[in-house]
Design a protein around this ligand. Structure first.
Ligand SMILES: *Cc1c(COP(=O)(O)O)cnc(C)c1O
Length: 399
């Protein structure tokens, strides 16, 4: 059944959701109708004039788009090149995640769903989901690992204030993957009235493609903004961190077919690639199935998921989305990594040099500026995926 021509077009996975060998929809039979409903409708519903108008209006006036493309003069001098920061940290709720939740909540509305479920690790996706549900008057249930609930108390409080119900996942390691299992269980039990919002370019088809499209507004804006400031809509490099891969997918999207633009994806090396405490999926992973799609993931030889580690909760994930697995194996993107320590240093450096406190996730992208050679004329855009308020406690521990 496998088609030989598993698409080389990275902007359009084939109809089964494959980018090369990666993707697909590996779901329990009971979820099949839900996933099919979504698959059959997402492109149609999101391409109507009405949808686009509502999506664009909320991105603009609610999320605060377009986000600035900021020329970081001091950082540029430090690295003797030209560095621009795409300021997703200035989005409402503090990260790029809101772009996706606005899109999916509008889609849920168009499908007539009244009940929204989501899973969250650090709580950023949970907060973004609870925010848009409050706006739209939709019931919102967020599954979160018991351990993460303890670690991320401020985001739990935000979700509750926004009217969401936060349900602890108490099985396994009591973290993100267990929360995901609980969310899937809920969806199986409530197939008709419930919409499941996944927070990254992971999960069964059509989620990876759908989330990439919603986040692609990032690179769409970059092109326009670069054209204005440099005269060329293409930079030489784009740098983004990769947890599941949604901010990177959004930042790369409209440049994927511009072969001259170097795409640099940065994974979390944790305590070091060989330390046994890492989350650098392309370096440590092999092909397997995680959360409904075939991709690269960190697993033991008998297929048990290896517990990842990163100082940044948003990158603490044992897999990457199928688009990124294909970007990696086809070498369209270069995959680098930064350790916990390197990310911390990069965060302090940005704070002191530019007066911007980045999220720990985004600090991983900044960290590779130290380890990569750039020319004086290069135009390097770093996706600053989120702000660092949520990470202040971690920063203070290392001050
Ligand atoms: C969640 C998060 C990430 C990681 O998720 P991706 O899907 O890889 O983008 C990165 N940065 C911030 C600020 C986040 O909140």
């Amino acid at each position: 059944m496998k088609k030989i021509n598993r698409t080389k077009d990275l902007l359009n996975p084939d109809k089964h959701g494959y980018y090369g060998d990666f993707g697909g929809a590996y779901v329990p039979e009971m979820l099949y109708p839900n996933v099919e409903e979504l698959k059959d409708n997402y492109l149609k519903l999101t391409s109507t004039k009405k949808f686009k108008k509502a999506f664009d209006a909320l991105l603009k006036d609610y999320a605060g788009r377009p986000t600035p493309l900021y020329f970081a003069k001091n950082l540029s001098e430090q690295y003797n090149t030209n560095i621009y920061l795409k300021r997703e940290d200035l989005c409402h709720t503090g990260a790029h995640k809101i772009n996706n939740t606005i899109g999916q909540v509008l889609l849920a509305e168009a499908l007539g769903k009244k009940r929204i479920i989501a899973e969250t690790g650090a709580g950023q996706h949970g907060v973004a989901t609870a925010t848009v549900c409050a706006l739209k008057g939709l019931e919102c249930i967020v599954y979160m690992g018991e351990k993460d609930i303890e670690r991320q108390a401020p985001n739990v409080a935000r979700m509750k204030m926004l009217g969401a119900t936060v349900i602890p996942a108490t099985s396994g390691s009591k973290t993100l993957k267990d929360a995901t299992n609980e969310a899937i269980r809920d969806w199986i039990n409530n197939p008709s009235d419930t919409y499941y919002i996944i927070g990254s370019v992971v999960g069964p088809h059509p989620y990876p493609d759908m989330v990439a499209r919603f986040q692609s507004v990032i690179s769409k804006e970059m092109k326009k903004q670069l054209k204005k400031v440099t005269g060329d809509e293409n930079p030489t490099h784009i740098v983004a961190c990769v947890g599941g891969g949604s901010n990177a997918a959004g930042a790369f999207y409209h440049f994927i077919n511009e072969k001259k633009v170097k795409l640099l994806a940065v994974e979390a090396a944790g305590c070091g690639i060989g330390s046994g405490r890492s989350a650098a999926t392309t370096q440590l992973g092999t092909t397997g199935i995680l959360h409904g799609s075939k991709s690269l993931l960190m697993q033991t030889t008998d297929g048990q998921v290896v517990e990842p580690h990163s100082i940044s909760a948003g990158l603490d994930y044992p897999g990457i989305g199928p688009l990124h697995a294909q970007l990696y194996t086809s070498r369209r993107a270069e995959f680098l990594s930064a350790t916990d320590e390197e990310a911390l240093q990069a965060a302090f450096n940005l704070a002191r040099k530019e007066g911007i406190i980045p999220a720990l996730e985004s600090a991983h992208a900044l960290a590779i500026l130290n380890k990569t050679e750039f020319k004086k004329d290069d135009i390097v855009v770093v996706c600053l995926s989120g702000r660092g308020d949520k990470d202040l406690a971690a920063y203070m521990d290392h001050l």
